[in-house]
Design a protein around this ligand. Structure first.
Ligand code: BTN
Length: 258
């Protein structure tokens, strides 16, 4: 059963007079909500099933990193998406736009997006998105969209704390995780529905929220250059001495301002 702080706002979330279309499953603890959502997806769970955990014992980030997930200190959830698209390249950018909008709606805080799927304030990371695909390219394709948002500042290990920020740390007030979850899910539902018909709107929203996607120095694989926006398939463009490179994946070192 959902704890009260989550249930109240989810109950209140209405879609044109209907109850919210997503189906939220809460766990006091999970290895990773990705594991649980993947298990449910293999069992046939439909689009919009969401697994949220109070803590994760093996929370994971992109590229094999650990996502510190102490009890109650963050929002940790995975959304089962069954996109109809053959083209999935904009899915994580779409999730980033939605998480940003949900955070703004719940807290009033404006955060920046950093390609491909970090949410940052200044140089510090507030939230991250991990997308894992199942049976991609088949009619049964599923993308599990994992979202982690740092809510409380204190509980993270020192190596994370130095590079991270949190909602309560930024706002110096308590954050209602249920309100936050419901606002993010509403935005995610709406934006995923839009992706099919109006991908240009998603790209426009992403570009507007990512000042660092243009004119920021980056390094990767021994190369360096200056960001020059994203293209219509969501790849990052980087201007180098040898011309413009199109980056679709990989780790970059960003020289962000304050
Ligand atoms: C990243 O920025 O590296 C992505 C972080 C994603 C973390 C979330 S927390 C909920 C879900 N479960 C996980 O194990 N990871 C994602």
């Amino acid at each position: 059963m959902l704890p009260d702080d989550l249930a109240v706002h989810l109950r209140a979330a209405r879609f044109g007079g209907q109850a919210a279309p997503f189906d939220v499953r809460w766990l006091p603890s999970a290895t990773s909500t990705m594991d649980e959502a993947s298990r449910l997806a293999h069992e046939g769970a439909p689009h919009g099933v969401v697994v949220v955990a109070d803590e994760q014992t093996s929370g994971r980030g992109r590229r094999g990193t650990i996502w510190a997930s102490p009890p109650g200190a963050g929002l940790y959830f995975s959304f089962i998406a069954r996109p109809s698209l053959p083209e999935l390249s904009l899915l994580t950018l779409t999730a980033g736009v939605a998480v940003r909008e949900g955070i703004a709606a719940a807290t009033g805080l404006a955060v920046d997006l950093k390609w491909p799927n970090d949410l940052i304030i200044g140089r510090r990371k507030l939230a991250g998105i991990l997308a894992e695909g199942i049976a991609i390219g088949s009619r049964d394709q599923v993308v599990i969209i994992g979202v982690g948002v740092n809510v409380q500042p204190a509980a993270y290990p020192p190596e994370v704390a130095a590079r991270a920020t949190s909602l309560e740390g930024e706002l110096t007030r308590a954050i209602d995780r249920g309100l936050l979850l419901s606002r993010i899910l509403i935005a995610l539902w709406d934006r995923l529905a839009m992706l099919d018909q109006r991908p240009g709107d998603i790209l426009q929203a992403w570009r507007a929220a990512s000042p660092n996607a243009s004119g920021t120095r980056v390094e990767w694989d021994g190369k360096h250059g200056t960001t020059a926006g994203i293209d219509d398939r969501g790849a990052l463009l980087v201007r180098t001495d040898a011309g413009v490179e199109r980056i679709i994946a990989g780790e970059l070192n960003w020289h962000l301002g304050t």
